[in-house]
Design a protein around this ligand. Structure first.
Ligand SMILES: Cc1cc2nc3c(=O)[nH]c(=O)nc-3n(C[C@H](O)[C@H](O)[C@H](O)COP(=O)(O)OP(=O)(O)OC[C@H]3O[C@@H](n4cnc5c(N)ncnc54)[C@H](O)[C@@H]3O)c2cc1C
Length: 290
């Protein structure tokens, strides 16, 4: 492995100064559970890693008029917070299944997003919770919806001198429910063959769906916001038949490859099944939230 410097940054400015100076020769370390594996595998060479675990903004985690998750907050801090667990069930589904306990004590949702794997478990839940990425460079601040953040396998829309500062998720309205599920060959510590996140909102126990978002993982070059199937649901009664129809539309929005973990046909069938299941769970959760 190419030797590199380790810099423990204590501020955003310090982090950005290193990125600005070294460009692609520097990388941010949040939990390091992707980065260190990739460096050991010599996937790329760098001169410095900048550890942001001590940067206050990257460790922020609070619920106000929205949820702010600092980019280095480890998964366990998210699912152990009961207020967040109640408000953001889809996110909790993901945070509590990424790796095992040891990984969850280091791995961040921000790192999961920046790593931009099509099968990343954190990204579909962020999309269905309508999350926004807060991005900072030495000169500008900008925001981008999470569904537009990943640009290809392992690629994201950050410039070399930019960092993901935090993720902002709006407060869910009354009658909101969300769920995330993945299919893996083993019970844990595996990569999703396909995954789906769903969110729906209903006004009353018998009312039509007023808001819906579906996101698909591991069935395209990036996690996919399934807009057609999401839009289809709005104004419909939340019945199993409608969920089956939405799942069929979601299948049409996936473009899976075949690899050693699964064929395209298997992945499409998984999209069909997981979309129906996550919509059903999202509805149950929505009804408890009226
Ligand atoms: C044993 C094991 C099991 C795993 N299981 C799962 C799993 O079940 N599901 C899953 O989705 N993943 C899994 N992973 C992958 C990994 O744990 C997750 O993707 C994790 O969320 C990454 O977060 P991190 O904080 O460790 O990121 P890091 O490794 O620190 O960073 C990941 C990438 O993002 C960049 N980055 C990080 N933070 C920022 C920032 N603020 N701004 C700009 N760039 C940044 C880094 O430079 C790096 O390129 C597993 C990994 C291991 C080793």
């Amino acid at each position: 492995m190419h030797p590199f410097n380790y810099i423990a940054a204590s501020s955003v400015d310090e982090t950005l100064a290193v990125l600005d100076e070294l460009g692609p020769r520097a990388r941010i370390l949040a939990g390091g559970t992707d980065l260190l594996v990739q460096l050991r595998g010599e996937r790329f060479e760098i001169d410095s890693i900048v550890d942001i675990k001590q940067v206050p903004e990257a460790r922020a985690l609070h619920v106000g008029d929205s949820l702010i998750i600092g980019s280095a907050v480890p998964c366990y801090q998210i699912y152990e917070n009961s207020e967040i667990a109640n408000l953001y069930p889809g996110l909790i589904d993901a945070a509590s299944l990424i790796g095992g306990i040891q990984i969850q004590s280091r791995a961040s949702i921000g790192g999961n997003l920046c790593n931009a794997s099509p099968s990343a478990d954190g990204i579909c839940p962020l999309i269905v919770h309508s999350a926004i990425a807060n991005i900072k460079s030495p000169t500008t601040d900008r925001t981008i919806p999470v569904e537009d953040f990943c640009t290809g396998p392992g690629k994201n829309s950050l410039q070399n001198n930019e960092m993901l500062l935090s993720i902002k998720i709006p407060l869910p309205s009354k009658g909101f429910g969300a769920a995330y599920q993945r299919f893996i060959p083993r019970n844990e510590m595996d990569i999703a063959i396909a995954s789906v996140g769903s969110a729906i909102t209903v006004d009353t126990i018998d009312s039509n769906i007023t808001h819906a978002r579906i996101a698909l993982g591991a069935v395209g070059p990036t996690p996919i916001f399934a807009k057609k199937s999401s839009d289809f649901l709005i104004g419909k009664q939340p019945t199993q038949h409608v969920f089956e129809e939405a799942a069929e539309i979601a299948v049409g929005e996936a473009s899976p490859i075949g690899d050693m973990r699964g064929t395209p046909a298997q992945r499409l069938q998984l999209v069909r099944v997981l979309t129906q299941r996550t919509l059903t769970i999202a509805l149950e959760r929505a009804k408890t939230n009226l």
